[in-house]
Design a protein. Sequence first.
Length: 369
Amino acid sequence: MLMKFVDEYRDGKSAQKYSALLARITTRPWTIMEVCGGQTHSIVKNGIIELLPKNVSLVHGPGCPVCVTPAEILDKAMEIASRPEVIFCSFGDMLRVPGSSRDLFQVRAGGGDVRIVYSPMDSLKIAAENPGKEVVFFAVGFETTAPANAMAVIEAKRQGLRNFSLLVSQVIVPPAMEAILSSPSNRVQGFLAAGHVCTVMGTMEYEPIALKYQVPIVVTGFEPVDILQGMAMCILQLENGHAIVENQYARSVRRTGNLPAQEALAKVFRVIKRKWRGIGEIPASGLGLTEEFAAYDAENKFGIVSYGAEAESECIAGLILTGVKKPPECPVFGTKCNPDHPLGAPMVSSEGACSAYYRYRLPPVAGSS
Ligand code: SF4
């Protein structure tokens, strides 16, 4: 079905056609994970789970940047943000995410200069306007946010701005997918990979994963018909015993990705191990600044020591983010944990699975196998 306009990817009749196709081609139970939190919200908001055959279960993956940022990094953020010489800049979602004992809103209430920005370039502007202050941007997210953060550091160097730095908590998707597939509790048989990540990175890095774990990976967009089409492609592979990378989101994704963005990433960042909130440390799953840009590393600049903070005890975010459980299976979902009193990052974030289920009020464990 060839579509040209975004409205066509929201068309109810097309969605029903894919729903009928899925019913025709599915002969066995399958469990598929959508990687990205943006896809999770689209799925829950648009009632896609109800359009799937009963024996197909969609579980929700770790692709929510706010959700996977560990309490340890948040504690570092709060220590830096509390300093009188610092203007700490962040995307708004991060301010409500609990560290080990408080959040950035509380730091702001206590007098810290914590500002919400919409781009790392806004922070750069603040640095240029406040030469007597140290401006720190909280660089969280996946391969989608990393190029803009890389460009901000390149631009800071070009302008000779030495009062700008990044607190880096960048993570990358493929090692997390491998960690999920390698886990003894894994139940994921196919992936809908995140279209926007692949717009930057291309699809090639998923090919060895599909081959090694014999798992279909379909790079998928974010509209309801995108997701249903991606599901159909994934289930067709599973039913036929195939395990390759396919690209449903061809209107945006090329196999090689965005080469200039990848060049900026390679210049500014190197691959390092990172801790994922609720999941733990995953080797080679994150980005840190290269030697050339070490002067822009806030952890170096402020001499921040390592913290051993653990995620909150009642929150089962790790099980949610690895697809082992769905949000309504958390004992405190919607009761002790709700958007006004979040106990974990998946309830805070606009891309978190728990906030999606709470907001769109799916019946408990609907669609789970
Ligand atoms: S409902 Fe709250 S406590 Fe439970 S997993 Fe989600 S964020 Fe954590």
